[in-house]
Design a protein around this ligand. Sequence first.
Ligand SMILES: Cc1cc2nc3c(=O)[nH]c(=O)nc-3n(C[C@H](O)[C@H](O)[C@H](O)COP(=O)(O)OP(=O)(O)OC[C@H]3O[C@@H](n4cnc5c(N)ncnc54)[C@H](O)[C@@H]3O)c2cc1C
Length: 398
Amino acid sequence: MKNLNVLISGASVAGPALAYWLHRHGFTPTIVERAPALRDGGYAVDFRGEAHLTVLRRMGILADLERARTGMGFMSYVNDAGKPIAKLPADLFAGDIEILRGDLARILYDATKNHTEYVFGDSITSITEDAHGVNVTFERGAPRRFDLVIGADGLHSNTRRLAFGPEEQFVKHLGLYCAIFTTENHLGLDHTGHAYRTANRLVAMYSAHHNTQARAMFYFGSPALGLDRRDVARQQAVLAEQFAGNGWQSDRLLHEMRYAPDFYFDSVGQVHMDTWSRGRVALLGDAAYCPSSLSGMGSGLALVGAYVLAGELAAAQGDHRTAFARYEQEMREYATGCQKMGDGVAKLMVPSSRALASFLNRYYKVMPYLPGKNMPAKMARKAAENINLRDYRELARR
Ligand SMILES: Cc1cc2nc3c(=O)[nH]c(=O)nc-3n(C[C@H](O)[C@H](O)[C@H](O)COP(=O)(O)OP(=O)(O)OC[C@H]3O[C@@H](n4cnc5c(N)ncnc54)[C@H](O)[C@@H]3O)c2cc1C
């Protein structure tokens, strides 16, 4: 086996899942994460279809996820007075297993912490490759040498910027912004969510942690605003400008936003790249092929990608050229299909005109009675299952 020491940037979904499989195949993973500690909380993510469940089962964590699932029921679209006008079934939003991203990160961390070196509160500043390895410098820690570097650091990947160039080349803005934060469950939502949609805007609330909390979620249509991702005050001001007087719970949630412990704000984007590797550096998950936060596909895609990348490295006995090429061959069509879902959902979830918003509200009302009512969930499942997973476990050493 070659190239045993692998540095991974990012400890969310893709990074720890890759570390899990690399260790099983006999590699030594190290993870560097910019956040000072494991990031808890956050929004709900979901897994759907056999490919996702197979990988979770093979990792031995399916039961842990099932225990931590949100157990969400249907999602209601409401009018300004909060009266439900349409109900959408849980499997459309929640897939087979829905779990808070922070809970998922914790399960993945627990499954890897005994055999993976985690370095929190640091970030790569340079990657210099030679014939035998990669010299890496960090914001805080001393320089180190690794055999390979994998960027699993999300939509705004630092590794991608260092190895491939500025993100403008790769990130496609889908014309929406999103904000999400923890709030009090003042509506008393019981394993359910309410969403209020107007032209170019959607505001929603869903219960979390078995109704002890809720998450507030805002989406609005806008061209790229060029906001500083660290300037939370400016982001909150933009959100307030967009939603003040918007109706339903908008004003109350805008007030609560100022006290939220975990305010998250970002553009909704996809990543499109001609290749996911350069020399000894490869990208994984959202860093390589983000399908957008609206697709409901990102976590499953990251998980499957990690399984395939580690498996191909093992199958090629660590030969990164062969493995990275095979990883792309196995994953490219799958990732493209999931990205197509992301495109479609963005347009439907936040319609650009009042006429379309009101048409969709009326359509959702009658949807449960139409013959094609299960079509959207079926399409999502089809995209999520569109891969023949190789069984790499025979290569696993541990
Ligand atoms: C609001 C929202 C809702 C979503 N809903 C769903 C859903 O319903 N279903 C679904 O499947 N997916 C959903 N997603 C997408 C899902 O969260 C991602 O696709 C998935 O988490 C991808 O995992 P990842 O590990 O590739 O990237 P991320 O989860 O983005 O993780 C990247 C990690 O890298 C770290 N990092 C960033 N920069 C650096 C750096 N310089 N150095 C070191 N570390 C760094 C970050 O702190 C983070 O821990 C949603 C996303 C958002 C934002």
